[in-house]
Design a protein around this ligand. Sequence first.
Ligand code: NAD
Length: 761
Amino acid sequence: MATTVQPTAGEATKQLINYRTDEGVGVIEMNDPPANTYTYEMNRQFDDAILKARMDNDVYVILLTGAGDKFFSAGANIKMLASVDPTFKYYFCLHANEMLLRLEHTPKLVIAALNGHTVGGGLEIAMAADIRIARKDAGKIGLPEVNLGVLPGTGGTQRLSRLVGKSKAIELMVTGNTYSFEEALELGIINDIYERDGFMENVMEYARQFCPPNKAAKAVGRIKRSVQTGWEIPLEAALALSGRQSLKPNNARVGTGTPRPSRRSEAPQRYSTMIAATKARVSPGRLLINGEWVDGSRKFDTINPATGEVLTQIVEASADDVDRAVKAARHAFEDRAGPWRKISASERGRLLWRLADLVEQNIDELAELETLDNGKPIFESKYVDMPMVVDVLRYYAGLATKIHGETVNTFETAFTYTLREPVGVVGLIIPWNFPLLLASWKVGPALACGCTIVMKPAEQTPLTTLRFGELAIEAGVPPGVLNIVTGGPETGKAIVRHPGIDKIAFTGSTAVGKEIMHSAADTLKRVTLELGGKSPNIVFADSDIDNAVKGAINGIFYGKGEVCNAGSRLFVESKVQDEFVEKLVGRAKKMQPADPLDPKTRMGAIVSQEQMNTVLGYIETGKKEGAKLIAGGNRVSVDGSKGFFIEPTIFGEVKNDMKIAQEEIFGPVLATLSFDDVDQVIELANRNPYGLAAAVWTRDVKKAHMVSRQLRAGTVWINTYGLMDAALPFGGYKSSGFGRELGAHAVEHYTEVKTVWLNTA
Ligand code: NAD
């Protein structure tokens, strides 16, 4: 930034902001009496104090006031502004505006105690607070120094129109009048006037009523946010804020290590009425750009696959919207004086931990949204997906402080070391099968490493990601750090093409993964791809057959088979083929599709009509290819709804070169094949373009290890299927993609390594 004058010289050592906490109240005092004018350095210290107050779990209310007894604040230092060049002035105003935005959007109540004149930029600061209380006869309030053409200044006065209406706000701004506090009360600019005597004590007492145990402080934050965004809070979520304990995460896992439901009662009453019952609890979608929820002109419907009915409307982000989101993310990443660059690794960890806490507190709501949008059983979203989201965020909260470079011994006359720096702005593109879970796999390491984000959920399932965006604001993620743009392939393409993005983390189909690689080549983006699969599940005759049957069922029917690592190719040793298949079919037939919101349901609705038609098409192909349909194969109706349900389907007598054995169906369709010996099954299992996962069932440990080594797959399970953990890397071989998510390996993809040489000669 070019400046003609260094306006902060000498100020850096001055304490221009006092910050203290007092029984739940964080007090920010502007300390440049008599006028408390703000400058670059004061803004910087002000910003620090806001961040401290919002990150402090023991602070519930933020109180602003001025030191001395003459001025609350006269705002910007006009003399200083006149002496700097236009570029500096521009950035100065931009920063002041952002600071006020942060204040406005902090999920804590902000009260301004107007202890004296509140004029010019001082009015802007006061306007960014939620409640203004003035000291009787202490001064004037207004915009005396304003010249036409200067406004809207640092942006605070724009808030005037929300309080007094557009016309009155414009009048106040163009006339540059000041008013007594009594007049201001009548105008609605301030909320109350307190007597001079005991003014601060009485304001503090007022503030403390919003701190526990007097009031549910979190509810205050939610009320503030919902008023600002115009969103309604579902009754249930509001009740949750008044102290109802939410579900604690359990050690639930996908797979035959069957997820353990919590001991908490499963509220059957609530879900026993049919599927559409909760539709009313869904809010329309908006875009999250630079910490603000914004609308868009084009909309699309998101559908409840269990009923075929529209849940709500979602914004389809245009290339311009994506551009604004990228610019916000770039600014948040590059602004060296901004909050994101200034917070330490440990603070990033705390932020992630707080986000995990908020997800945990809202598990019921998030799980329900996921089930409504995706059709997966509530049992899965509530006891498996959401608890793992919490686990993943906490894992990366802990990892944030363990990301480091190394010192390397080279020459006697050099000190050489490496730094691990965030890769920059990352574009996260998410599929529909585990919407929030797969988002957390990317958001966790991205934030831990210090990247900023532009994220796009799948067009079929945007609801939980949008709710997550709200929780991120509540957790204190600064504006611009997490941007969410909803939309379909065109929105995704705009992200991939954008030169302001440094890396794409994509999970989705192999076809789209290839397209992304091509497109990303133009701007030489880093790319990681988690793609499709056709995973072999190999059962040897010496295995525990009953367990292996359960594993095969979970392997293919968990998540309606819409699981990238589904065990969709089942190889059974021919000696036990008949016994195994009989048990398998018996279990599959018991697993009929049902209302996804019923906690007893284990087979939900296929995500969309399009996907249902694709799956039914593959079932027809299987029959034509000569495979034997031994279970299911049909679309079914549940409780008379128009939902997209398909029976668990099993084909016998499948040959490895059939389409249903080679291509990813991504639905509840299992192809069973038989084999006679180890070498044959290894060769068959590997003869497929994909390489995401595989499983081996045997009591012979040596054989288990030997086969695992031979299988070309990113994950191999032995005597289990589908287990996952935040600490273990996950990713594909071959056409299943490259790069690893989860675990410490993910850090490699969200950081760059820098080498530093220091000549010590
Ligand atoms: P998809 O590839 O159709 O879409 C995934 C995402 O990419 C969506 O958000 C979509 O809007 C976006 N998109 C579509 N076309 C795009 C383009 N040209 N450029 C940029 N973005 C684009 O996949 P899907 O149908 O949502 O998900 C199913 C697929 O995801 C399956 O193949 C499944 O195996 C795979 N998947 C893989 C993993 C893994 O970890 N390997 C996990 C889950 C799902």
